[in-house]
Design a protein around this ligand. Structure first.
Ligand code: ADP
Length: 535
């Protein structure tokens, strides 16, 4: 004040001019802010009477200033469901008591009654003794729409049956959806913050991953057809996926979005289908092979029957007739055996074959088989091959209840093969009785020192009409039904049949089945059905 006293009138007038100018400038600035604001700026007095109304207020609420200035704000803007006049009073009193500026979410209405949400920042100010309130209303309609959209997207992410993961530009995981957790077995907190390849990369196809990164860094999306990733438990999942770079407004890469589709089931299905097709092809091939083998096997004995019988007439010497008749008989027997085997297989396959059990003395039975096979040995010129029946010491007297005819059939088929494929050495056969898991099993074996069978062919020689050498010019006769029939007969006994063989080193065929009645005082070993013979 002292300073003012000393000033001349001219100086004071000058200062007043400057202050006036400043005030005008500040008012202009305020007006311009209020005018250009995208938010509605509304000033009311203590009673709620509208004193100022900017352009944005007109745009947002739909009223011209002449419709609203001087009127009570509660009549216009406040939703019917929200504040009444008395509520507004209460509301302003609360604002009055607070020092800082307040922000509220507010449901208001436009001209015409449409309700929408605003964010209201309200401040109070004084002029003289009067109090005023200036409110800035921000229309939240768009933001609410976006929030709602985000909620829907969030729901979609959470319920997606596809695996969704997001990473930062370096490939560090920032988000995984619940399907990721379900498929990979990792909780989200275990993988977020970790580098993607380190966590889930499975089969290594580095070239493909190089191409993936190159494409992504070129800001293009990459589609990965079938590949595999690793789960938490180490198992592999079959996947196909799309990976997209996430770009900001400046088109910089700010992360990656991966959508993976679990195709494990589909791949399994395709593999099974392919296997089934292969099997069908193989069975088709075997069928053709069988037909050609069959016609060969039928034609050979039939040719000799017809050929040899043609040689016999009134002038044929008796010795020749006897020799030819013998050969004709052999061919007939061969044909009969062939047809019998085929008939037996079809009988079993039709489910008509039955097991007729009776009690037999096993050593006596096996000796009979031995006699039978010795005749066969002589007939086929294999007498030089040693032939032994091995009966365990504790089973010299043992009676079992079984279908003797079928058991003989199995043994004879295996023994005939053993002689057929053995040029020197020995053919042995025998049995042992074993206890396994409270069940008594009898296990037979037929071993030879013949040509043996490689591992690949071991898998299918028990399947109908399969032969290791299926060529027309093959060395050994046969049509590939002997083992099939043996297997089917063993299955009728609830047993199983298997082979232990090595190419060039002979073969041992085993078959075992459970037996209930053992009519002797034998001691039964606790042995492993599959291995005991070789030990
Ligand atoms: P096949 O009438 O052709 O002998 P099998 O079903 O009895 O029919 O045998 C199928 C194939 O299994 C034979 O063609 C042969 O290749 C192989 N095989 C069977 N037994 C033996 C064996 N003891 N030694 C070597 N190969 C064998």
């Amino acid at each position: 004040m002292n300073g003012t006293k000393n000033k001349t009138i001219a100086e004071l007038l000058f200062e007043i001019e400057i202050l006036k100018e400043k005030a005008i400038k500040s008012e202009k600035l305020n007006k311009s802010i209020v005018k250009t604001s995208t938010d509605a700026i509304i000033t009311i007095d203590r009673g709620g009477c509208v004193l100022s109304w900017n352009r944005a207020a007109k745009r947002i609420f739909g009223y011209n200033s002449n419709e609203i200035l001087g009127k009570s704000i509660s009549e216009f803007l406040v939703s019917i469901n929200q504040l009444k006049k008395e509520d507004l009073d209460r509301f302003l009193s609360t604002v009055l008591k607070r020092k800082v500026e307040q922000t509220f979410e507010f449901l208001v209405q436009r001209k015409g009654g449409e309700e929408f949400t605003t964010e209201l920042s309200i401040s109070k100010w004084k002029s003289g003794k009067s109090i005023y309130f200036t409110g800035v209303f921000r229309d939240l309609t768009e933001r609410k729409k976006k929030d709602f959209l985000l909620k829907k997207l969030d729901l979609a992410l959470k319920n997606s049956k596809d695996i969704i993961l997001m990473t930062d530009p370096e490939g560090v995981i920032t988000y995984v959806n619940p399907q990721f957790t379900k498929t990979y077995g990792y909780e989200s907190c275990e993988v977020v913050g970790k580098h993607t390849p380190r966590v889930i990369k499975g089969t290594n196809d580095n070239k493909r991953f190089e191409l993936l990164w190159e494409t992504l860094l070129n800001k293009k999306s990459f589609r990965m057809s079938h590949y595999q990733n690793k789960k938490r438990d180490g198992g592999l999942i079959d996947l196909e996926s799309t990976i997209d770079p996430i770009l900001n407004d400046e088109r910089d890469i700010v992360g990656f979005l991966g959508i993976q589709h679990d195709i494990t089931k589909r791949i399994k299905y395709i593999t099974e289908l392919e296997e089934a097709i292969d099997k069908a092809k193989e069975s088709d091939r075997l069928k053709s092979q069988f037909l050609s083998t069959m016609s060969h096997e039928l034609r050979t004995p039939l040719n000799s029957i017809i050929g040899l019988s043609n040689l016999i007439d009134r002038d044929t010497p008796l010795d020749d007739i006897i020799e030819y008749t013998q050969l004709i008989n052999n061919s007939g027997e061969h044909l009969l055996k062939l047809i019998e085997n085929l008939f037996d297989i079809s009988l079993i396959e039709s489910g008509k074959a039955k097991v007729f059990e009776k009690t037999i003395d096993l050593p006596i039975f096996l000796n009979e088989v031995h006699e039978l096979m010795k005749i066969y040995q002589e007939k086929t010129g294999k007498s030089h091959v040693a032939f032994n029946l091995i009966i365990p010491l504790n089973c010299k007297k043992i009676a079992i209840s079984t279908d003797a005819l079928k058991l003989k059939h199995i043994l004879v088929n295996l023994l005939k093969n053993a002689f057929k494929f053995t040029e020197k050495g020995e053919v042995n056969y025998g049995f042992e009785v074993c206890n396994k898991q409270a069940v008594t099993n009898i296990k037979f074996f037929v071993s030879d020192t013949g040509i043996g069978i490689d591992k690949v062919h071991q898998d299918f020689i028990f399947n109908g009409f399969a032969q290791v050498d299926g060529s027309y010019n093959r060395h050994f006769e046969g049509i590939g039904v002997g083992l099939t029939l043996a297997k089917k007969l063993v299955h009728l006994f609830d047993g199983h049949i298997w082979i232990d063989s090595e190419l060039g080193n002979g073969s041992t065929f085993f078959f075992s089945f459970p037996i209930s009645n053992i009519g002797s005082d034998i001691v039964i070993d606790n042995c492993d059905i599959r291995d005991s013979i070789n030990n």
